[in-house]
Design a protein. Structure first.
Length: 384
C-alpha cells in the first residue's frame, strides 16, 4: 500500500543493536532481555523484579490469569470490543469469558457494564485499554476490590498512557503490554507482564521457560555442573535477545516517536473537525503527556450509515492505495465462541455491534507525511 495503516520507525540504531546481538552468539533470552525488563521498570517507576518479558502480549495475559489462580469453571468479565486475545487467554485456562457491553463512543467498559454480568462464579475482570485509550480504571478497581475480584489489566496497546498520573498497566493486580509491531512501544513482537510482587513474577518466569526451576541463565556459572528440574506444566513464552535489543532502542526513542504521533493526531483533529456532526473524533487531550491515550491508533466512528457506509469508505480508500480498516471487533459476533462451546448472543451487546460496524482506523506512524494525512481526511470528508 502507498499509505499503510502503520509502520514501525526502525533505523540505524535498531539495526546496530540487532547486529551486536547476532555477533555475540547469544540470541535467545539473555542479558538483553534482563536489561530490557530493568529499563521498563525504570520507565514506569516500579521494582524491576516485578517485570517479566515474554514472547507476546497474549502470553502475558495467559500467565497473568494462571498466576492469579483462574481455573476451570471460573468466570472472567471481559469487554465485548477489542481484540480476541483477551477472551482467548481466559479459555486457555478452561475458564469462561463473560462479555460486557461497552460505551457506544469510547468503546471501553464501565462499572455498570461489569456489574450487569457479575455472578457467584466471577473471579476476575479484564478491562481493556482499546486503541490505547484507558478504561476508567479508578472506578473499576475500586468496584472490583469491593467485590473481591482480581483485576487483570489488558494494557496491550496502552504503554505510555496514564490516568491521573498513574501509568496504564499498574492499576490492577496484573498488567499486560504488547510489543507487537503496531504498538506504541515495539520490539517487533513480544509482551510484558507486570506482576504484583517478586513471588508472582518468579512464578511467571518459571512458566515462560517450560516450568523449569532454572530460568535466568545470566547468573549461571557455566563451568559448574547443574541440572534443570521441570517442576510445573509450563510454556515456551520466552522473549529473545533480538527482540529485547530492538525494544531497548525503541524505549530510548519513545518520547521522540510519541511527539511525532501527537503532531499527526492534532492534524487529524483539525482537518476532520468540520465533520464532527458526521464523525466522532477521539476526545483525548494529547498535548499534555502522559495522556489517557497511548496514541496507538487514530480511531473515528461514522455516526450514521452503519457497516455498509463504513465498508464503502474503506474499499474506496484501498483502491486509492490508502490502507484503512475497521477500528475494532465486536467479539461476541465471531464464530470462535460457538466452536468452544459457549452460547453467546451478540444482540446483547448493541454498543459493541454498533462500534464494530462503524469504526475506522486511520494511518498513524512516524513516517506519515502531513500531505498524506490531508489526503486521508479529504477522502473521509467527501464520503462521510
Amino acid at each position: 500500500m502507498r499509505i499503510p495503516l502503520f509502520k514501525p520507525d526502525f533505523g540505524k540504531e535498531e539495526e546496530e543493536a540487532l547486529i551486536k546481538v547476532i555477533r555475540s552468539g547469544w540470541i535467545a533470552q539473555g542479558m538483553q532481555v534482563k536489561l530490557f525488563e530493568e529499563k521498563i521498570a525504570e520507565h514506569i517507576r516500579i521494582e524491576p523484579d516485578r517485570v517479566v518479558a515474554l514472547s507476546s502480549g497474549t502470553a502475558a495475559l495467559h500467565l497473568a490469569l494462571i498466576c492469579a489462580g483462574i481455573s476451570a469453571g471460573d468466570e472472567v468479565l471481559v469487554p465485548s470490543m477489542g481484540f480476541v486475545a483477551t477472551a482467548e487467554a481466559v479459555v486457555y485456562c478452561n475458564a469462561v469469558p463473560v462479555f460486557t457491553d461497552v460505551d457506544k463512543w469510547l468503546h471501553t467498559s464501565d462499572v455498570s457494564a461489569f456489574e450487569s454480568k457479575l455472578s457467584n462464579k466471577t473471579k476476575a475482570i479484564m478491562p481493556v485499554h482499546v486503541y490505547g485509550r484507558m478504561a476508567p480504571m479508578d472506578k473499576l478497581t475500586d468496584w472490583a476490590r469491593d467485590k473481591g475480584l482480581i483485576v487483570i489489566e489488558d494494557a496491550a496497546p496502552a504503554f505510555g498512557a496514564a490516568l491521573s498520573g498513574k501509568p496504564a498497566g499498574l492499576w490492577g493486580e496484573y498488567g499486560c503490554y504488547s510489543l507487537q509491531s503496531s504498538k506504541p512501544l515495539t520490539a517487533g513482537d513480544g509482551g510484558i507482564l507486570i506482576a504484583p510482587n517478586k513471588e508472582k513474577a518468579d512464578e511467571a518466569r518459571c512458566l515462560r521457560f517450560q516450568g523449569a526451576n532454572v530460568w535466568d541463565f545470566t547468573n549461571i556459572d557455566f563451568s559448574d555442573f547443574w541440572e534443570e528440574d521441570f517442576i510445573k506444566l509450563g510454556y515456551s513464552y520466552r522473549m529473545t535477545d533480538l527482540q529485547a535489543a530492538v525494544g531497548l532502542v525503541q524505549l530510548k526513542r519513545y518520547t521522540e516517536i510519541t511527539a511525532k504521533k501527537v503532531e499527526l493526531f492534532n492534524q487529524y483533529n483539525e482537518l476532520l473537525s468540520s465533520a464532527s456532526d458526521k464523525i466522532f473524533l477521539p476526545p483525548e487531550d494529547v498535548n499534555n503527556l502522559p495522556s489517557t491515550t497511548a496514541l496507538q491508533q487514530y480511531i473515528i466512528v461514522i455516526k450514521d450509515g452503519g457497516k455498509e457506509k463504513r465498508d464503502g469508505i474503506v474499499k474506496k480508500a484501498r483502491k486509492k492505495g490508502i490502507f484503512l480498516m475497521n477500528g475494532g471487533y465486536c467479539l461476541p459476533s465471531h464464530s470462535l465462541w460457538k466452536s468452544c462451546g459457549f452460547n453467546v448472543n451478540d444482540k446483547e451487546f448493541p454498543s459493541a455491534l454498533f462500534a464494530g460496524d462503524s469504526t475506522i482506523s486511520l494511518p498513524l506512524y512516524v513516517g506519515l507525511k502531513q500531505s498524506e494525512v490531508k489526503e486521508v481526511c479529504d477522502l473521509l470528508l467527501e464520503m462521510a
